[in-house]
Design a protein. Structure first.
Length: 525
């Protein structure tokens, strides 16, 4: 039987059965595949769980080992710190014990001294009582002897004393004058010789140049047309320059020159450099002037600091406060009696160091005091008072030693010198100021000082003539030989010297030379 012979219904049933069988086989294959995958997934999950447990166990063991290491390390650190603390406590205990023993020894010594002092006090009380009794007996005996002498001489004690003083006064005055003259000659021979040796040694070992500064500075111009450019339109350039520098600019008929006038030497130097640079540049207007002046001021400040540092280096003094270094540098532009104060300070430092070395003082302290003795002059226009006291206050403010502060304050006799260092600095300052050419004095002051010297010498009785010589460093006095004796001449020289010290102010010292001579005149006929 063929397919064509089958009925449509049978064909449909057969196809349906075939489809059902195919679907069943497919479901079976899918179920088998899914079950296989599930088995594989279950095995993989169990493996991952085992690995996770193994990893967790390994991490737990490592953490446990690390925790044990930390505990061991902390325990060791604690033991080390505890050991250190125990050692410190033991050391402190030993020191405390030593101090207690030392204090006990001191206490025992004090107790012994106190007992000894008590014993001595009792003994002194008994001695004082005995001395008082003896003194009473001596007074009674003296009174009896005095009464006996008065009865024997027929004079009272007051009359006898007056008579005796009248007789002895002349002899005592003569003997005293001789003794004073002898002592003064001996002391003068030794002191003058040693002082001259020290001073000459200091002067010979130092030689310095002195720069004279004035209160005006002249700036030369390439031509007179530059004056108009300096003045500017309606004077704006010159006004800006004067306002920025604080210096007066004087433009007059002097050919090819302008004058800068001012009492502050630092500002005057700033103005001079700024003016020269503006002239060389040719661009002169307020903005350019401000720029150049600011730059020059910075350069001058650097120069001042370098000058101060150089001075300290040359003197071999270290540890000076930077502000004091700056003030020393400012002295380079400061003058006193036409003497440059910077060079004067170096001279004083050199001389003070040499003299200190000769007499066994601290050379570095002497140089330090000599270098800083005039720093107040860098601020005298800003602070009122004597420059020596200003210098001392600045030195004290910036941590200098009290010995150096006192030497600075006493160098100009504003306070009396109380230490050898102060005397050395005072002498060095006087030498530097008094050497020939160091300072210029006006003719009026010079003549007035000579006249004052001669006036003081002539005010004493018995003076015949007097002459001030050696630029007022010495005064020679000729006395009347009938009125003034040889012994009186010594007293007269001393009194004149004291009066000069009280009434005059002068650098260095003045020699008072009293001359008494005897002249015999005879004629041959």
């Amino acid at each position: 039987m063929t397919l064509d012979m089958l009925s449509p219904e049978l064909l449909g049933v057969g196809m349906a059965l075939a489809i059902l069988v195919s679907v069943g086989v497919g479901f079976l294959l899918v179920w088998l595949l899914v079950r296989r995958r599930l088995d594989q997934a279950r095995g993989t999950g169990e493996q991952l769980v085992r690995e996770a447990r193994e990893e967790a166990e390994r991490v737990r063991r490592e953490a446990l080992v690390q925790a044990r290491d930390v505990v061991v390390h902390a325990k060791a650190e604690f033991e080390r710190e505890a050991r250190d603390k125990r050692q410190e406590v033991q050391a402190l205990e030993r020191r405390v014990q030593q101090r207690e023993e030392h204090l006990e020894k001191k206490l025992e010594g004090l107790e012994r001294r106190e007992a000894e002092a008590t014993r001595r006090e009792k003994g002194l009380g008994a001695q004082e009582k005995a001395v008082a009794e003896q003194e009473g007996r001596y007074r009674e005996l003296l009174q009896e002897a005095r009464l006996a002498l008065e009865r024997a001489a027929g004079l009272s004690a007051a009359e006898a004393r007056r008579h005796l003083l009248q007789e002895v006064e002349g002899e005592i005055r003569l003997e005293t004058a001789k003794l004073v003259k002898q002592i003064e000659e001996e002391a003068r021979e030794q002191a003058d010789r040693k002082a001259k040796e020290i001073i000459c040694e200091a002067i010979q070992r130092y030689a310095g140049e002195v720069v004279s500064e004035r209160t005006v500075t002249v700036v030369h111009l390439p031509n007179d047309e530059m004056k108009g450019r300096i003045i500017g339109r309606e004077g704006r350039n010159i006004r800006a320059f004067e306002a920025l520098t604080g210096i007066d600019v004087i433009i007059d008929d002097t050919p090819e020159a302008v004058v800068l006038s001012g009492f502050d030497p630092v500002r005057r130097e700033v103005a001079r450099l700024a003016m020269e640079r503006l002239i060389a540049d040719g661009r002169i207007h307020p903005a350019r002037i401000e720029e150049v002046v600011a730059k020059v001021q910075e350069e001058i400040e650097n120069t001042i600091r370098e000058a101060g540092e150089q001075a300290a280096f040359e003197m071999g003094v270290h540890g000076i406060h930077p502000e004091l270094i700056r003030l020393v540098g400012r002295l380079k532009y400061r003058t006193s009696f036409s003497q440059n104060v910077y060079q004067h300070s170096l001279e004083v430092a050199y001389l003070a160091g040499i003299m200190a070395g000769e007499i066994g003082l601290n050379v570095k302290q002497a140089k330090r005091a000599g270098l800083l003795h005039d720093i107040g002059k860098a601020m005298t226009h800003e602070t009122e008072g004597p420059h020596a006291l200003i210098s001392a206050e600045l030195a004290r403010k910036h941590g200098e030693n009290e010995k150096i502060v006192h030497a600075i304050a006493a160098h100009n006799e504003d306070v009396p010198p109380e230490t050898p260092l102060a005397v050395v600095v005072h002498a060095a300052d006087a030498i530097s100021a008094a050497r020939p050419g160091a300072r210029r004095q006006t003719l009026e002051n010079y003549v007035k000082r000579l006249q004052d010297l001669e006036r003081i010498a002539s005010s004493f009785p018995g003076i015949e003539k007097c002459f001030a010589i050696q630029a007022g460093r010495e005064i020679r006095i000729i006395v009347e030989r009938q009125t003034v004796s040889d012994e009186d001449a010594a007293w007269l020289a001393r009194e004149i010297a004291r009066k000069i010290e009280r009434e005059l102010t002068y650098p260095g010292q003045i020699k008072v030379h009293v001359i008494r001579e005897t002249r015999a005149v005879e004629y041959a006929r």
